[in-house]
Design a protein around this ligand. Structure first.
Ligand code: PMP
Length: 283
């Protein structure tokens, strides 16, 4: 395994960063999770666009152009000889002094890890998963823009704990107004009366690259689609529900807070989109 840190390559146990890195001290940094399918990096440009926009907003100089960074990511995949896997890219503020000011950090740090991934057991992609609503709310978009994929995931971590405590693998988080936002690491969709619906970024969720891919596929397949404000009532009474994310891909949801969704099995729109997605990623 070869891990990239700031221009050098290290083995798994030698890949280390400083305890003075503000990414560690303050969560001051960004990350991306990217998939490799059949030796190709899925939607690399879209991930780079999101990373560079976040970096621009938090005034983090990534030290590379988008093209250079894409080449480094491609080299990381080649060096690790991964046909199918997951790339974790971290951009931290770098080493500074103890204070919070990022101006004590002269140079940002870039870390790229290429790993295997198996987010959920394979059979759950056919049967679907139950989820619960977390009491922990998604950080409000009016406080911190959700388009910044920052290294601070504590709200999501706490919501994930609630999922696990409830015997589930994922939890849906509401926004500060009580509307459905997203899950701890995935976006959420429902289908009602043949219309595919998901919250919009104005509801405070991360605009997932998988989410946007599914919306494109829905358009190509001829499904009606709407970004919608939803409450838990909408989830409980949906005909179908599923989650999307680079790690999760598309996974059906069969129950929310013990309310069965539809007939408790993955529905036809979910299955059609899952099939279209699988076709696309290996195309
Ligand atoms: N929401 C959150 C909070 C996430 O962390 C992620 C990524 N794991 C997503 C949604 C899905 O985004 P993407 O499809 O770009 O991976």
């Amino acid at each position: 395994m070869e891990i990239y840190i700031d221009g050098s390559w290290y083995g798994k146990y030698d890949a280390k960063i400083s305890v003075y890195d503000h990414g560690l001290l303050y969560g001051d940094g960004l990350f991306e999770g990217i998939r490799i399918y059949g030796g190709k990096i899925f939607k690399l440009k879209e991930h780079m666009d999101r990373l560079f926009e976040g970096a621009h907003v938090i005034r983090l100089d990534l030290g590379h152009s988008k093209e250079e960074l894409m080449e480094i990511v491609e080299e990381a995949v080649k060096r690790n000889k991964k046909e199918n896997g997951y790339i974790r890219l971290l951009a931290t503020r770098g080493v500074g002094t103890m204070g919070i000011s990022p101006f004590t950090c002269p140079k940002s740090s870039l870390v790229i890890i290429v790993e295997d991934i198996q987010l959920y057991p394979a059979e759950l992609y056919d049967t679907g998963i139950p989820i619960v609503t977390a009491a922990t709310r998604r950080l409000s978009g009016r406080i911190f823009d959700p388009r910044i994929k920052s290294l601070n995931y504590l709200n999501n971590v706490m919501a994930k704990m609630e999922a696990v405590d409830a015997g589930c693998l994922e939890a849906v988080m509401l926004n500060d107004e009580g509307y459905v936002c997203e899950c701890t690491g995935d976006n959420i969709f429902i289908v009602k009366n043949g219309i595919l619906m998901t919250p919009g970024s104005f509801h405070g969720m991360l605009e997932g690259i998988t989410r946007n891919t599914i919306i494109d596929l829905a358009g190509e397949t001829g499904f009606l689609f709407q970004e919608r404000t939803m409450t838990r009532f909408d989830l409980y009474t949906a005909d179908e529900c599923f989650l999307t994310g680079s790690g999760a891909e598309l996974i059906p949801v069969t129950a929310v807070d013990k309310r069965e969704i539809g007939d408790g099995k993955p529905g036809p729109v979910t299955l059609a989109l899952k099939e279209a997605f699988t076709k696309l990623i290996y195309s």
